[in-house]
Design a protein around this ligand. Structure first.
Ligand code: ADP
Length: 496
């Protein structure tokens, strides 16, 4: 891999320990490591200091067409394997991801900025996702039904949807890929994936492990590009692509859904959220406080299920704030590879500016900043862990995804009031309730207009359960049996 950034790539290799082959600066199409046909590249930056980690291919139309060609060709043989044969290969991939979890985690921390411990958790979970999908792929059972006329029989089976286009964000640069590619491949589909331009190296490292695991050429293709709209346009206009799976902003999801309408492609969309985190008087306050820390500050607040609005009952408001504030002040900010760091940098300068603007707006309208509230002394895109109160329900910081380490607390008095306020949003992804009152837990979890409700637990993403939202938070689910079914079509056969 000679090239102008050899020295820089060598320094990245330095962090990779014994396995430099996971650092790739070429895209992966049809089982080959390739440059862009136009030979353009773009730089991948470390968000801590904007050092260039590598240059990767800046691909366009012709490259995506080549990737779709490869995926369409591979579909015939991959879908014809038995689920057990596919599972064997996917299990090898899972084992390799598990073995290399430490290397993947380092790469993730360097490329995306999250603390190393979180990156390790993500890499390990990614291996588990692939294993779960491999196992579940064996259970794509159909159904036999006695027919509607004497002597007729009905057979309903699941078929792989076909070539899938996947577009992933940067906040979980490994996990967002495995939760799409795992079920797709297990169901017998092939994939053309465009990772976020901020984090292509993690995607390419996963492809290197897929290659090593024996996933056949063309089954998984990675197209790197700084021109997302062009790639999305091709993926949604080629009639051979039968399914689009996207995680990202609601604005882009809306566009892709409209584009996918042209060929009636199936769509799965995981979009924005505005999660309420509600603490009732009976809650175990210690648990609620540490839950709020975990939910709000993971990945520096850059997740679509982060607690975006924290509602505390007036009876426990003062003690909650005191305990929460103390814990927030303990959060160490710094480069994710340093020991004990809890908050890394935001992904880029624009992200920090957006958070700064939301805080400034809230503050101008009378909000009280209890700690933090500004860029961190480390500079760059680091932002101080922040706690704010006295925010109006209609302020932008209450309506939009904050996507930064800023916790906003609201007080409430009655259950009906807080449920109405929690539901007063266009979003419907994750929600959280802390209560020890069982009847209240059932009542409120039933009334929240969200795809997911967590009770006395801050981390709800798991391979076992259907992750996803309602309203403008998206359509379709990832995880569990349901996630796999998204990559299949039903076929009904009538036997006379
Ligand atoms: P975020 O704010 O998390 O970056 P985006 O929705 O902008 O969310 O990005 C998520 C993914 O969607 C990234 O891979 C990005 O490159 C891609 N993307 C952005 N705009 C488009 C578009 N017009 N068509 C297809 N993909 C897009």
């Amino acid at each position: 891999m000679a090239g102008k950034n050899t020295a820089i790539r060598d320094s990245v290799r330095g962090i990779m320990g014994p396995d430099p082959h996971l650092i790739k600066n070429l895209a992966y199409i049809g089982g080959r490591w390739v440059a862009a046909q136009g030979e353009k590249t773009f730089s991948v930056l470390n968000p801590v200091d904007l050092a260039v980690l590598a240059d990767v291919p800046d691909m366009g139309k012709a490259d995506v067409h080549a990737a779709i060609d490869a995926a369409a060709q591979a579909f015939a043989s991959w879908s014809a394997l038995s689920p057990v044969e596919r599972a064997d290969i996917l299990e090898k991939w899972s084992s390799l991801i598990a073995q290399k979890a430490q290397d993947l985690a380092l790469l993730m921390t360097y490329e995306q900025g999250k603390p190393l411990s979180e990156a390790q958790g993500e890499a390990t979970a990614a291996a588990a996702t692939i294993r779960w999908c491999a196992e579940e792929g064996r259970r794509l059972y159909g159904e036999f039904i006695e027919g509607h006329r004497p002597g007729t029989n009905i057979v309903v089976s699941r078929r792989p949807a076909g070539v899938c286009g996947a577009i992933t964000p940067w906040n979980f640069p490994v996990g967002m890929i495995t939760r799409k590619v795992g079920p797709a491949l297990a169901a017998g589909c092939t994939v053309v994936l465009k990772p976020a331009e901020a984090t292509p190296l993690c995607a390419l490292a996963l492809a290197a492990l897929a290659e090593e695991a024996g996933i056949p050429p063309g089954v998984l293709n990675i197209v790197t590009s700084a021109n997302a709209a062009e790639i999305g346009e091709v993926l949604t206009s080629d009639p051979r692509v039968r399914k689009i799976s996207f995680t990202g902003s609601t604005a882009v999801g809306r566009k892709l859904m409209a584009q996918a309408a042209r060929n009636i492609q199936k769509v799965s969309l995981e979009l924005g959220g505005n999660a309420p985190f509600i603490v009732f008087p009976s809650a175990d306050l210690e648990k609620a406080v540490s839950g709020a820390i975990a939910s709000k500050f993971r990945n520096a607040g850059q997740t679509c299920i982060c607690a975006n609005r924290i509602y505390i009952h007036t009876d426990v408001y003062a003690p909650f704030i005191e305990m929460f504030l103390n814990k927030i002040k303990e959060l160490k900010v710094g480069p994710g590879w340093e020991p004990d760091v809890a908050i890394g940098p935001l992904i880029d300068k624009e992200a920090a500016q957006k958070v700064e603007k939301l805080v400034a707006d809230a503050s101008a309208k009378g909000a009280k900043i209890l700690c933090g509230g500004k860029r961190h002394a480390l500079g760059g895109s680091f932002f101080e862990p922040t706690l704010i109160e006295n925010v109006q329900d209609d302020a932008p910081i209450a309506r939009e995804e904050i996507f930064g380490p800023v916790a906003v607390i609201y007080s409430f008095e009655t259950e009906d009031e807080v449920v109405a306020r929690a539901n007063a949003t266009e979003y419907g992804l994750a929600s959280y309730i802390y209560t020890q009152d069982l009847a209240q837990a059932w009542r409120v979890s039933g009334s929240l207009d969200y795809g997911m409700v967590a009770l006395n637990e801050p981390l709800l993403a798991t391979d076992l359960a259907p992750f996803g939202g309602i309203k403008t938070s998206g359509i379709g689910r990832e995880g569990g049996r349901y996630g796999l079914l998204e990559y299949t079509d039903l076929k009904y056969r009538l036997f006379g």
